[in-house]
Design a protein around this ligand. Structure first.
Ligand SMILES: Cc1cc2nc3c(=O)[nH]c(=O)nc-3n(C[C@H](O)[C@H](O)[C@H](O)COP(=O)(O)OP(=O)(O)OC[C@H]3O[C@@H](n4cnc5c(N)ncnc54)[C@H](O)[C@@H]3O)c2cc1C
Length: 308
């Protein structure tokens, strides 16, 4: 295969996380022989966490890698082909659509984009080392591990407030750490937050260090106005400062929201270009959970079937 002879398939699936693999499974069973471009992270984000406790039907908690390997094997069994490559450029101006990878180029009549989104992190000392050991970017995923503990959420938007509200039902004490003194969340959410007895807002503060040997034990906070430092003992820290959707390779050809997430037709996975679909964390307003991504992958595959 050379760059001048693109590999052809009826359907191209970009991404090998829960959304991409589920789309591939459905398309393979519909005898569409989908080509899945795995991207840099074969199996998607779940490969970065040891276990999943909330994927229905897998109890007790399943190893995340095993879950994703099984899902891939299931799709391959029915005829999906996985190619280790990352798409760097796409041309959706005419069909067949062309996707240029680092290794080769690919053309297809329909494309499902399931390239996910990466959480923004604070980039402070100790944060990366303690990820999965008290530091998280997802309260829905990890909140249950902090029942009756002391946790903090960093951020001032809707997501941060939602994470804090979710944690308020589980944790003994929740701190919301925000570098300003007003939130950017919806008023009604803000009011709910302020009425929670176990939530304390720490205004004009930023986390400058995560401390702890094997697990998070405390964070160092700096006052954004006075520069003064203090130490806040904590069991868990939830970073809720947004996500970066993996859409830069699309070059502005599809409609995105201000965050860069893909917009789709109401209740559909269809993007602004016919025959190009989006599923999972890369979509706007999508709750970032594996089961939701898988469900959207399924829906995208079924919409592809209708389209073809
Ligand atoms: C640490 C952690 C713990 C989590 N725990 C849970 C949990 O307990 N339960 C739960 O339900 N959810 C959990 N989640 C969330 C869950 O992992 C995501 O919601 C889910 O993986 C999203 O699936 P997706 O297929 O949309 O995207 P992803 O899983 O992000 O997959 C994206 C795929 O796209 C590929 N890709 C990226 N760029 C390109 C490109 N340019 N070309 C081709 N391919 C590309 C990547 O390689 C990857 O394969 C967790 C997430 C993290 C980070």
């Amino acid at each position: 295969m050379t760059p001048s002879s693109p590999e052809s398939s009826t359907v191209l699936v970009l991404g090998s996380g829960p959304a991409g693999c589920t789309a591939a499974l459905y398309l393979a069973r519909a005898r569409r022989a989908p080509l899945v471009i795995t991207g840099p992270l074969l199996g998607g984000q779940l490969m970065t966490t040891p276990a999943v406790e909330n994927y229905p039907g897998f109890f007790p908690a399943t190893e995340s890698c095993a879950l994703m390997e099984t899902l891939r094997a299931q799709a391959e069994h029915f005829g999906a082909t996985f190619v280790m490559d990352t798409i760097v450029k796409a041309d959706f101006s005419r069909r067949p659509y062309l996707c240029q990878g680092e290794e080769a180029s690919y053309k297809a009549t329909a494309v499902i984009i399931a390239t996910g989104a990466t959480a923004h992190w604070l980039g402070v000392p100790g944060e990366e080392r303690l990820r999965g050991a008290g530091v998280s970017a997802c309260a829905t995923c990890d909140g249950a591990f902090f029942r009756n503990k002391r946790v903090a959420v960093v951020g001032g938007g809707n997501t941060a407030v939602e994470e804090a509200l979710f944690l308020a039902h589980l944790a003994a004490q929740v701190f919301l750490v925000h570098r300003r003194e007003t939130l950017r969340a919806e008023k009604i959410q803000e009011e709910r937050l302020f009425s929670c007895a176990n939530v304390t807002c720490l205004w004009n503060k930023k986390v400058v260090e995560c401390r702890g040997e094997k697990r998070l034990e405390a964070v160092a906070l700096q006052d954004t106005q006075t520069g003064l430092l203090e130490v806040l003992p904590l069991d868990g820290l939830f970073v809720a400062i947004g996500h970066r959707p993996e859409t830069s390779f699309l070059g502005g050809q599809l409609e995105l929201n201000e965050e860069g997430s893909l917009l789709t037709a109401p209740g559909k996975m269809q993007t602004s270009v016919p025959g190009v679909f989006a599923a999972g964390d890369v979509r706007a307003l999508s709750h970032k959970q594996a089961i939701i991504a898988a469900g959207q992958g399924c829906q995208a595959a079924l919409e592809v079937e209708q389209f073809l």
